[in-house]
Design a protein around this ligand. Structure first.
Ligand code: 4AD
Length: 462
């Protein structure tokens, strides 16, 4: 097989390029001759032609190879799903009444196969064709590298990329600066039970659970700051929203009060959603993955912890706590109860003022009611908590008391305590789990399909 050199030189394109002039056979218009690289996503061999859907990571292209010399080569006989190849040919609009991605098709005049794929059609077709997968099945998780080639799975990852970018844009618009705190740390933030301990030269270190404490140290030098880093939690339960390694979007804001914090969080969530939808690719992906998605209405519903307890007990039948008993003040609101509430209310909820004993050591107490903290969880229908935040204790003595209360040795936190010694400030911040936000936006059943290679108890491959 050789390329016909009398044909116009092919223009190399990627499938995101949608403005390539198309031919139209019915109108006798010649289209652009292009060269495109990709892999066979679908293959249909018919008497008069071989039809393939090519994918290049940016999009799909319907390709037609007329039966003849091009379809009778040895390589053509071996065409299989995932075979990679360069295709050359004329781009035309699809004939009237037919449909194809971007309403165009490639009339192939030459090709070069680059990488064959085994024709174990059944296995690969099930995995890749739709990207549909049962995220709990270990076989599918072992084959995540192939699952990712599927339409749905890759759509989720593409949306993730746009979402990630949108956060950065929103922070930049608000003049909040990016920093990059360390992953190896020697302090805990969210409790000792989920720390990963790692050998660190001649001492021990932990993988960070949250960059919050470090962000707080940046306020005097950089003003408001954010980071997008990995956080690590040795979660010992397998739920649909817990990972051992997740992408944590955290921000810390200086000289604010609790109401400012709540308003900022609401504003960021809405700003990010708007930014995703303002991107044509983002809009298309949301429509594909979450048809009928409606933007959250502002202002978000605000609910105090005590009102949530009352709400849970007022249901018929009442929603029990984790021990099967009616909720009382001081109970943690467990995942199931939280979910029941937010799914019933079916709107985002800013759940505030949690009791000090169920929350982390650093949270500032509410001056109106010292039993509770100026803390907030943002709950989303279908997912539950996506954000956790609070105002921070900013008085040295109070923080020392808090360490004592939680049985923590303050010594490794000397640098954190120094913030309260050298010109303290009223400040607060939050952390948002990117995978949970994406699970909500892309209507995914679990955070596992919202990361490239999920990590959770019992899984660290591929
Ligand atoms: O509520 P968390 O534990 O809060 C903190 O870590 C604060 N120090 C953050 C801060 O104020 N800067 O975690 C914040 C968010 C949760 O709301 C959730 O979205 C996500 O991080 N998250 C997890 N996501 C996936 N898997 C896990 N195991 C997660 N743990 C927390």
């Amino acid at each position: 097989l050789s390329e016909d050199t009398s044909l116009p030189k092919a223009r190399t394109i990627k499938l995101w390029q949608k403005d390539v002039p198309l031919g139209d056979a019915a109108k006798n218009v010649t289209g652009t001759r292009v060269k495109v690289f990709g892999r066979i996503h679908r293959l249909r061999v018919q008497k008069q032609a071989t039809f393939l859907t090519l994918k290049d990571g940016y999009g799909f292209l319907q390709c037609v190879i007329a039966a003849g010399p091009l379809t009778s080569t040895y390589e053509a006989l071996l065409f299989a799903q995932e075979t990679s190849l360069f295709l050359y040919g004329e781009l035309r609009t699809v004939p009237e009444g037919a449909t194809a991605p971007d309403a165009r098709e490639l009339h192939v005049d030459y090709y070069e196969v680059y990488g064959r794929a085994p024709g174990d059609a059944e296995a690969i077709t099930n995995i890749v064709a739709s990207g549909q997968q049962d995220p709990w099945e270990s076989d599918m998780l072992d084959k995540r590298h192939l699952v990712l080639r599927g339409e749905k799975a890759s759509a989720v990852m593409k949306l993730r990329s746009i979402l990630y970018e949108s956060f950065i844009i929103q922070y930049k618009e608000r003049r909040i600066a990016a920093v990059s705190p360390p992953a190896f740390v020697q302090t805990q933030v969210e409790g000792g039970s989920t720390l990963f301990k790692v050998p660190y030269y001649s001492e021990d270190a932990y993988l960070t659970q949250s960059s919050q404490l470090y962000l707080e140290t940046c306020l005097p030098s950089m003003g408001d700051v954010y980071c997008i880093e990995k956080s690590f939690r040795a979660e010992k339960s397998l739920t649909r929203r817990h990972l051992s390694e997740y992408t944590h979007i955290e921000a810390e804001l200086d000289a604010i009060d609790f109401d400012d914090l709540l308003t900022h969080i609401e504003d960021m969530i809405c700003g990010v959603v708007d930014a995703v939808l303002a991107d044509p690719a983002g809009k298309e992906l949301v429509e594909l993955l979450n048809p009928g998605f409606v933007k959250p209405q502002r202002p978000f519903k605000r609910m105090k912890y005590t009102d949530a307890i009352d709400w849970l007990n007022a249901q018929d039948p009442p929603v029990p706590n984790e021990f099967g008993e009616p909720h009382v003040f001081g109970d943690d609101i467990a995942e199931a109860a939280e979910r029941k509430m937010v799914d019933t209310l079916n709107v985002p909820v800013l759940l505030t003022h949690f009791p000090a004993e169920v929350k982390a050591f650093y949270m500032k107490k509410d001056p109106q009611d010292l039993r509770v903290t100026e803390s907030v969880d943002v709950l989303m229908p279908n997912v539950g908590e996506i954000v956790g935040g609070s105002m921070r204790m900013d008085k040295y003595e109070e923080l020392m008391e808090a360490f004592k209360g939680k049985g923590l040795n303050p010594e490794p936190y000397y640098w954190y305590l120094d913030q309260r010694k050298y010109g303290s400030s009223p400040h607060g911040g939050y952390g948002l789990g990117l995978e949970r936000f994406l699970a909500w936006l892309a209507h995914q059943h679990t955070v596992r399909t919202c990361c490239l290679y999920p990590r959770f108890m019992g899984r660290a491959k591929p």
